[in-house]
Design a protein around this ligand. Structure first.
Ligand code: NAP
Length: 531
């Protein structure tokens, strides 16, 4: 992905830690937060003492344990956030005061970038190159953008839309926002939800993914240190079924901001409907990567590796369906396979590693299931598909980048989100066909087009039904631009000024200008018109 800011995040290579104590000693994890979550400004365990293990996907070792919160724990956190919202301790601060605290958070994250980068690589299995040079610096930039932009969130200017009065628009916080995040970019996805919600005056209860809660817990320390009032931000670790569903059901929560799968997004829509909560949903994707015959094939092949392998192939915007014009198919395939053979699979904490493991064994088996089914449905395995041997990481959840070509447009590997390092190549012969097939999925998150013909590019930009369309690039997402889904990729926007609006109500305020007790129009309801 595009690097937004540069910060000093030098991470020295080190031998793989062996135990939780080792992780702590090396400053990779915070032992003091072990078995604790952050509620009402305090570090607390779950009411029944239950915990869940957090694993390192590159070894299968236990990193630490975190509380497995109950529904009661969740209700307590919601009550805390409710009180913190209702008494105005945060919402009544000026935008500038809120912004200054959030800017301090960005500074603290920048200062602690190396710790967060390691934590993210350790817990998710992504390469330290990516965490240190992209995930964390970009997240710092996201926070700074939201903190600044929140100071210019505004309604329309005042105006007289009826002769006797002045109307104005206020934008006000929604209240308590329940945030539920996925495991692929634990900190970044949390920040995309937490910071715009806080910047506009809301209070937050967040449930991170059970597999990857560590950076969100560590981030709570930064918010606390930056001076966020107690109770305004709360982290509850636990299962989607208990904590997540309680957030969606509970009438004291005003909004759910969810990033995750389309399937869970549907479930949350059902649950939230009982209280008609506002929902912002950032869901799955199945991005097409369309290579026309007149494109820079070498450039497209180079970018296809990036688009497909960023975050070990676990990015909602990953290029997954490679529609390649038949006349350049052989050339593109050879280039892609050659490049993938040079991808260095290894320890995520080693600076020379390009690709780490996928996040869990369950996820790996799911991906392998898709590879198998894709082949049964007519796909041809061109490369990869096996579990590579990685020295000292024999128990890690590694999987080779896998290329399958198919002409079966209805195959599951063309239609469904795999969320792993699988490249599905589908040949095409004309513009109409490729656009139709690209649009013919339930998702509509992102797409890219590769061509030197500006007219073709502009037509494709118009015709593709996706929230982001890149031309001769894949993956770049600046903080200032919206990241938003069409169709079952969700609704609402992350990033940009549009996302700040998500977390506000609009209020119409009307001021009478006449000072009269009987206004000229009252006769419409009772009495006579004044002459
Ligand atoms: P997921 O299975 O939908 O889980 C996401 C979060 O929802 C986790 O915290 C999970 O908790 C929770 N959850 C699960 N079941 C729930 C329920 N019944 N009620 C409430 N919460 C529930 O997604 P994932 O596997 O973590 O992440 C991968 C997905 O996220 C992919 O589909 C990807 O495309 C999508 N994603 C989208 C974007 C975007 O911007 N559009 C960005 C990143 C990821 P547990 O961990 O306890 O199961």
């Amino acid at each position: 992905m595009q690097q937004q800011v540069r910060v000093n995040t030098r991470v020295t290579p080190e031998a793989r830690p062996r135990s939780p104590k080792d992780y702590y000693r090396r400053g990779i994890s915070s032992f003091d937060m072990q078995s604790q979550m952050f509620v009402d400004g305090k570090w607390v365990g779950s009411e029944n003492g239950a915990v869940t293990k957090v694993l390192d996907p590159s070894t299968g070792n236990v990193i630490t344990e975190v509380p497995l919160a109950t529904i009661e724990d969740t209700r307590f956190a919601i009550d805390t956030a409710r009180m913190a919202f209702d008494d105005g301790r945060w919402s009544r601060l000026t935008p500038a005061d809120r912004s200054n605290i959030l800017l301090k958070v960005a500074d603290l994250l920048e200062r602690n970038a190396a710790v967060f980068a390691r934590l993210e690589s350790l817990n998710v299995g992504k390469s330290i190159k990516q965490s240190a040079n992209y995930d964390i610096p970009y997240t710092v930039d996201n926070i700074r953008f939201f903190a600044g932009a929140a100071r210019v969130v505004e309604g329309k200017a005042m105006g007289e839309y009826v002769a006797d009065g002045t109307s104005a628009i206020r934008r006000e916080p929604i209240g308590v926002v329940g945030v539920i995040t996925p495991w692929n970019y634990p900190l970044m996805m949390a920040v995309w939800r937490i910071i715009p919600a806080l910047a506009t005056g809301n209070t937050v209860v967040i449930k991170p993914a059970t597999l990857t809660p560590l950076s969100t817990l560590e981030f709570a320390k930064l918010l606390d240190e930056a001076g966020l009032p107690k109770g305004v931000f709360n982290v509850v670790t636990g299962s989607g079924r208990d904590v997540g569903e309680e957030l969606a059901r509970n009438p004291k929560v005003d909004m759910i901001a969810f990033t995750g799968s389309t399937e869970v997004g549907r479930r949350l829509s059902e649950l939230a409907s009982s209280t008609l909560k506002k929902l912002s949903l950032e869901l799955g994707g199945k991005a097409p990567f369309i290579v026309f015959d007149d494109s820079d094939i070498e450039g497209a092949a180079e970018a296809s590796v990036i688009g497909g392998l960023v975050n070990n192939g676990q990015d909602c915007g990953n290029s997954t369906r490679y529609y390649v014009h038949s006349s350049v198919l052989d050339k593109f395939q050879k280039l892609l396979i050659g490049k993938l053979s040079r991808v260095r699979i290894g320890d995520p904490l080693d600076e020379s590693t390009d690709m780490g493991p996928v996040v869990s064994d369950t996820q790996r088996q799911r991906i392998e299931g898709y590879i198998e089914k894709g082949i049964q449905e007519g796909g041809k395995l061109l490369s990869g598909g096996a579990r590579p041997k990685v020295k000292d990481h024999e128990n890690g959840y590694y999987l080779e980048p896998t290329v399958i070509s198919t002409e079966n447009e209805d195959s599951c590997i063309v239609k469904e989100e795999i969320f792993g390092p699988v490249f599905t190549i589908v040949p095409f012969s004309n513009y109409k066909e490729v656009i139709q097939n690209s649009n013919n999925v339930i998702y509509g998150l992102a797409a890219s087009v590769w061509t030197k013909d500006i007219t073709k590019a502009m037509n494709a930009v118009r015709d593709l039904r996706f929230g982001t369309v890149w031309v001769n690039e894949h993956v770049a997402v600046p903080s200032e631009m919206p990241w938003a889904g069409y169709k079952q990729s969700g609704h609402g926007a992350s990033l940009s000024a549009y996302s700040l609006e998500e977390y506000t109500y609009i209020k119409h305020v009307y001021f009478d200008l006449t000072g009269k007790s009987r206004k000229s129009w009252y006769y419409q309801i009772y009495g006579n018109k004044e002459s």
